[in-house]
Design a protein around this ligand. Structure first.
Ligand code: 2NL
Length: 333
């Protein structure tokens, strides 16, 4: 009887698909039962031999069995695909983990933070300002005359010839902006990126980092300047160093000095003294520009390149190394 063949055939099909070890074997099973030459297909073909009134009921049973088989096949396929995606070897949870290497601060950032920390101890705060400046804040307010070489387009990056927008050549422009906004006393340091139209070589780069400092109050002297500079450089480069001031010229300070230091290291380099900074007493014209009365207020300012300090401290012989972002270089600090 056709009717009695349906259930055993279905059970046989279910048993075979349960036993299929992989998706390919499952395809084989599907073909065996539901394909064009499959056993259920053959059963359907025999339907015509039944008496007309029996056909609908038997046909319905065959279709139910086929539907059941289809969903069992789909379920098994998911199961087998999941199994295939599983790792072949069992996971060993006792293996050591893969460590990511930790990043660190750039050597110039480390040196900047050390300098800032030293100045904070004696009451200075950090000021910040724009890297794109105008000629007034970069030059005029600093008593830097129109024919000064720093103002030449050979020496400064101008962005807009008409408005004379430029990339700041020093962070003094920030100190001008602070004095414009605030009455004395002023005790600030300004670290930051500055720009000059220099060709890169071992000691020059078109962008570098600078720190400037400014102290304005009544009765400030060169003695205060020397004491402060000595304190900070001894913190940075060690108690064993010596500092000296040499007369110099800057248009924004009067008197002006260059600062040299001497240490066992400079002597090893065959030099007693090495220049590290410039400084001086703020020029009265600069005070007038920002609206401070030069009869009432006195102050000093200094400036130096952070790369130079870092090169001395870490014994680095080429400034361009700081800007190449080669991790083999950066990892050392
Ligand atoms: C250097 C050293 C220096 C200043 C920067 C300064 C800032 C203001 C007023 C007066 Cl707002 N001076 N800064 C002073 C002396 C030296 O930099 O070697 N410059 C070429």
């Amino acid at each position: 009887m056709l009717l009695d063949e349906i259930e055993p055939l279905k059970q046989a099909a279910l048993a075979e698909l349960k036993a299929a070890p992989d998706p390919a074997a499952l395809d084989q099973t599907k073909g065996n039962y539901l394909g064009a030459q499959g056993k259920f297909t053959a059963l359907m073909k025999q339907l015509g031999a039944l008496p007309r009134e029996e056909r609908p009921a038997v046909g319905k049973l065959i279709n139910q069995a086929k539907a059941e088989l289809e969903s069992a096949l789909a379920e098994r396929r998911v199961e087998l695909e999941l199994k295939a995606a599983l790792p072949k070897e069992p996971t060993d949870f006792t293996l050591p983990g893969r460590r990511r290497s930790l990043g660190k601060l750039h050597p110039l950032t480390q040196v900047t933070e050390d300098i800032v920390r030293s100045f904070r101890k004696i009451g200075f705060v950090v000021a910040d300002g724009p890297e794109i400046e105008d000629e007034y804040h970069c030059f005029d307010a600093l008593n830097t005359p129109a024919d000064h070489p720093a103002r030449d387009s050979q020496d400064t990056f101008y962005l807009n010839a008409d408005e004379k927008a430029l990339l700041r050549t020093h962070t003094s422009s920030v100190q001008i902006r602070v004095m414009e906004k605030q009455r004395p006393p002023v005790r600030i340091i300004v670290p930051g990126r500055v720009y000059r139209r220099d060709n890169p070589d071992a000691t020059h780069n078109p962008t570098f980092q600078q720190i400037e400092g400014l102290y304005v109050d009544s009765g400030v002297t060169v003695g205060d300047l020397k004491g402060t500079v000595e304190f900070v450089f001894k913190e940075l480069l060690g108690e064993g160093i010596k500092i000296r001031f040499r007369p110099h010229y800057f248009s924004y300070t009067e008197p002006s000095f260059e600062i040299d230091f001497s240490s066992p290291m400079t002597k090893k380099m065959g030099k007693e003294w090495l220049e590290i900074a410039g400084c001086g007493m703020v020029h009265p014209v600069v005070f007038e520009k920002v609206g401070y009365d030069p009869e009432e207020w006195t102050g000093w300012a200094f400036g130096f390149g952070i790369e130079r300090i870092a090169m001395i401290r870490y014994n680095i012989n080429d400034i361009r190394l700081f800007y190449e972002n080669d991790v083999r270089f950066l990892r050392q600090f």
